[in-house]
Design a protein around this ligand. Structure first.
Ligand SMILES: *Cc1c(COP(=O)(O)O)cnc(C)c1O
Length: 431
């Protein structure tokens, strides 16, 4: 075929990788021309109500005046400048905010360029910390099964060993220690026996463990499961008892999504290292942050290297920082707590299909609603139904879930919920 005559969609299918897709049998991609508030407009003119917040990130909706304004102002000052030897107001303002809004012990900030990189940075911090303490043998990570921490190699080494496809990259990837997946659900009773095996693993491996890394309360991309806060509390206690650092990966859960500003607050604990990302810029640009304690920073700085060994080209990008500053201001102005409670109340309606033949489980926490089906859904088929219904919801495997922008109205949210309730009845989505 003459390349000149391929349509945009054909070109996209033939030449552009999308997340986790095949280049020979790509799933259809819908072409977006603009987005406003919670509405995404396709090239065809169809408008879709957004149920995904573009993967946890667009919390204030698309094309938000306040964030636009902040970025326009910044673009006229300076869009980017190297962070080595230079600094600027947007980064200083942002780090002030992050230090103020996180627990008191977390007061050193590393600005990274994506969630996965923030996880890499957290892991490097943990390893450099022990190295500087003369305990270089503490260079292994422990985590729980069913987790997701990103797609780069160190992050992948702590993703679920089966779903994370460790097999494929065996020999190239660090070997982590995996504890069983947390069992007790958020709203169920806590089973004291649950952390016995976890403690055994700490006892067995602690001499080699640099850090224990976990997604607080919500295991996101690894299965959209909500575990009991007591589990996280026990993780904190075991990390203290066995002298292992605790890394909280709040990249998905941070900034209010679960009903607390940070999900670890459900367990009334504080991590030693904290990863933030996704909603940080309100979904405008890629930016992430890794925070750590003074003790960790001081120890790293007193080690052989004397410096922390990381420094991306686009570190602390001013434009991204200005979006983050505007987004964090909106979070406070919009009273995110009320927004989340209102969404959580509406999402309870999903439970009306809990006993449906095709449904295994329905669960709701904060502004996250999950319908777990008994069989995997046909993503292309279900996607087409959703688009026809005027909603943007993208299921994976057995999970149909909604995590809308916080600014969604009751009516729009009800349309998302109704679409999910309807679609589980359609035979063609079950392959
Ligand atoms: C999305 C995600 C990441 C990776 O972030 P990217 O910006 O996609 O690299 C890491 N951890 C968790 C918990 C996430 O949800």
């Amino acid at each position: 075929m003459n390349k000149k005559y391929t349509s945009d969609i054909e070109f996209d299918q033939q030449h552009i990788w999308h997340p986790y897709t095949s280049m020979t049998q790509p799933l259809p991609a819908y072409k977006v021309v603009k987005a406003n508030g919670v509405r995404i407009t396709l090239e065809s003119g169809e408008q879709l109500i957004d149920g995904m917040a573009s993967w946890w990130s667009v919390v204030h909706g698309y094309n938000h005046q306040a964030i636009n304004r902040a970025m326009h102002q910044q673009i006229d000052q300076v869009s980017h400048v190297m962070f080595g030897g230079l600094t600027h107001q947007p980064a200083i303002d942002l780090c002030r905010k992050l230090v103020a809004m996180t627990p008191a012990n977390l007061d050193k900030v590393f600005l990274a360029d994506s969630g996965s990189v923030a996880v890499e940075v957290a892991i490097k911090m943990a390893i450099q910390y022990w190295h500087s303490k003369g305990k270089a043998q503490k260079n292994t990570l422990m985590t729980v099964k069913g987790g997701y921490h990103g797609d780069t190699f160190a992050a992948m080494s702590v993703c679920d060993p089966v779903n994370g496809m460790h097999q494929l990259f065996q020999g190239f990837m660090a070997k982590s220690v995996f504890a069983p997946q947390p069992k007790s659900q958020f709203h169920q009773c806590w089973d004291h026996a649950e952390t016995e095996e976890l403690e055994q693993l700490f006892a067995q491996h602690h001499q080699h463990l640099a850090a224990f890394i976990i997604e607080p309360i919500v295991q996101g991309a690894g299965g959209m499961r909500f575990y009991h806060p007591e589990y996280l509390k026990q993780c904190r206690l075991l990390c203290d008892k066995y002298d292992v650092l605790l890394i909280a990966d709040e990249i998905a859960t941070g900034f209010g999504r679960t009903g607390k500003l940070f999900a670890f607050e459900h367990a009334e604990i504080s991590p030693d290292i904290l990863c933030l990302g996704k909603a940080l810029t309100g979904g405008y640009l890629t930016l992430a942050a890794t925070l750590c304690t003074k003790a960790i920073a001081d120890t790293i700085s007193s080690g052989d290297a004397g410096v922390f060994m990381h420094g991306p080209t686009f570190m602390g990008n001013p434009l991204a920082c200005s979006a983050a500053n505007a987004s964090l201001s909106l979070l406070a102005e919009n009273q995110w707590q009320t927004q989340i409670i209102d969404i959580e109340t509406c999402l309870q309606d999903l439970k009306s299909i809990a006993n449906h033949d095709n449904v295994a489980d329905v669960r709701v926490l904060g502004a996250i609603g999950v319908v777990e089906t008994k069989q995997s859904v046909n993503t292309a088929a279900i996607q087409a139904h959703f688009v026809k219904m005027g909603v943007w919801i993208r299921p994976f495997g057995k999970l149909i879930y909604i995590m809308p922008p916080y600014v969604i109205s009751k009516n729009d949210l009800q349309q998302l919920i109704d679409a999910v309730k309807q679609v589980v009845q359609y035979p063609d989505i079950w392959n």
